[in-house]
Design a protein around this ligand. Sequence first.
Ligand code: TXA
Ligand code: MG
Length: 320
Amino acid sequence: MTEAAAHSIRPAGKDALDEAAAILRTGGLVAFPTETVYGLGADATNDRAVAAIFEAKGRPRFNPLIVHLPAAAALEGIAEVDRRAQDVAARFWPGPLSLVLPRAKASPVSLLCSAGLDSLAVRVPAHPVAMQLLLRVGRPLAAPSANRSGRVSPTRASHVAESLGAEVSLILDGGPCPIGLESTVLDLSGKEPVLLRPGAVTREELEAVVGQLRDPEADGPHKSPGRLKSHYAPRLPLRLNAKAVGPDEALLAFGPTPPSGAAMTLNLSPEADLQEAAANLFAYLRALDRPDLTAIAAMTVPEESLGVAINDRLTRAAAR
Ligand code: TXA
Ligand code: MG
């Protein structure tokens, strides 16, 4: 960033949305809420603005960005839409699903968003603030999660301020994100559909529309850089499948009967509700990441529906 602007957090009312749109149209960065996590937005057609995202996040250049649109119809001229893409878009948009599609020939979207690939990730978010912002700006918005690269995604405006406060002049506050996990990423750029990142739209729901999904492992790391193993890392080591816990540890609990004895315990969902657990995950990981403790011990979450995405994030947070 050329200037170290002091951030301001503003409730996402009409005036704040107007100001945000003006900042974005002149190449600035604005953080805004979506139904998944807060995004760090920039005009996707402005190379310098997109580059500023990478700079603000300290993100490796090879990690491409998701471009947000107000409707599937806005894909015209931006990315190639085949029958499969049409079908999943009709079924799940607006919603927590990103599609990786071939770039259109003369796509106005910055090549930086594709980070060297010939594809582009796009989604239509289901959040009134994100939607109003997209409509006001009238341009596609590139928006990765509004955290420093490799750190947990922000699900509240205050998380953005903690992580990127100096890099972003305006943070639109729309309250806590209802889903709290990043979008499902489905790669439709090749012949077979590939699930690159699990999320709130599940494998089963997608397979009902596009048929069997291939796993990304076969593609190697170059194809899905977001699956770098250590990606959602708190500072403390994370211990998985915890059944007991020590007095120097923080416990990320799940369900009605967590073990006792931790220095601090936060329960993702005492009722074992996976949706509630997903919405709490990143906020709790942050709160438990205390420098005076030795580790975060995480209890097992069932490997079903949203639990798949939760375990994916936990496994990566544990990898180092
Ligand atoms: O829920 C979300 O998707 C949030 C909100 C703000 O929309 N955004 C988000 O963006 O999580 P980000 O940049 O943190 O994650 C984007 C993921 C990364 O794993 C990235 O590697 C992958 O999508 N991705 C983006 N473009 C891609 C492409 N062309 N090919 C393969 N993977 C891509
Ligand atoms: Mg991210």
